[in-house]
Each structure stands twice: as C-alpha cells, then as structure tokens.
Design a protein around this ligand. Structure first.
Ligand code: ZN
Length: 183
C-alpha cells in the first residue's frame, strides 16, 4: 500500500498553509485528481485535499459512499471549491483525518452547506448537503485547502488532549485509515 506513503501527516507545516487556486484544468490536474482518488481509496478515506498529498492547490476529492474494497465508487472532484452558504443548526460529530492517523475528535460545524466548485471539465457545479456525512466532509476538505485542520476547531484543552492522543497513536504505529471516517 505505497499510496499511504503519499499522505502528508501532521505536524507537517504544509497542512497549515493556504493553497493557490487552480488556474487551468488540464491533463496534469486531471492526473493529480486521479492520483488523489487512488490514495483516498487505498486509505479508505471519504475525502482528501491537495495539501494532504503535498500539492498546495485548491483541489479536493470526496466519496462519501465508499465503503471499502468491492463497494460502489461515487467520486467527486472539486476544483477551487468555495463554501457559499454554511448555516442551519450546529452539529457535533466525530471526525477523523488521513493526516492524523489513529485519532478521531469531536468537531462542531453548521449542518447545512452550499458549495460551488469547478469539475474536471471546467463546469461550475453547485453542491448542497444537510445533516449528513457529505455536509461534514465538504467542510472538512475545504478547510484543508485553507490550511485549517480538524484540530483547529477544538477548544485549547480539547486540542491539547487530542495532540497527546495523536502522539501516542503515532508512536504505536498508526497509519492513515486507522480510524473510522476520515478525510
Ligand atoms: Zn482531513
């Protein structure tokens, strides 16, 4: 599973950097999307963002229907995604991240989002999700292209606790995909 070696792990500073918009959707970008999807599926993640494979560009791949080998794939590729609406009652749920193997944390986010992004054909698409994994995953992945991780959503004490837990998991040899739902 050498795809897992592609994944950038916290505390790599690239995970805290703003990514540049994609200027042209060409074959190179399409190849990158393909590589990201391959890595995401290999790690059993439901999403992956550019900086998580060291590509500091605003590109995100998502598949919330993926349930492991043999299941049906339903991949989305979002280029230069933008959250245009984030509202509705806040929801707290458990999140994992391929860049933080072995830990999951409780994150509170708006329950409803509308996102605009280009697809690989360059068409401007709109995605709407409410109270489901897609709503969480869209926000989690789009955070990544702005240098924001799930740990950044935690209050200081919870964050310190999560950092400790993560160090323990890493020391125990945790690999991307070791927690249940990861982006
Ligand atoms: Zn993540």
């Amino acid at each position: 599973m050498n795809e897992l070696n592609d994944i950038v792990l916290s505390p790599d500073p690239r995970l805290a950097q703003e990514c540049a918009p994609v200027e042209t959707i060409d074959d190179e970008v399409r190849a990158l999307a393909k590589r990201m999807l391959k890595t995401m599926y290999a790690a059993d993640g439901c999403g992956l963002a550019g900086p998580q494979v060291g590509e500091m560009r605003q590109i995100v791949v998502i598949d919330v229907d993926w349930a492991g080998k043999g299941s049906k794939k339903n991949p989305y590729v979002l280029i230069n995604p933008e959250v245009v609406v984030a509202d509705g009652p806040e929801r707290t749920g458990s999140e994992g991240c391929l860049s933080f193997p072995g830990v999951s944390v409780s994150v509170t986010r708006p329950s409803h989002v509308v996102v605009r992004a280009r697809n690989l054909d360059g068409d401007l698409m709109q995605y709407e999700a409410s109270d489901n994994l897609m709503a969480v995953c869209l926000q989690h992945e789009i955070d990544h292209v702005h240098g924001v991780t799930m740990f950044d959503h935690l209050a200081p004490l919870a964050r310190a606790e999560a950092e400790r837990e993560y160090q323990v998991a890493l020391a125990a040899g945790a690999r991307p995909g070791d927690t249940e739902v990861e982006g």
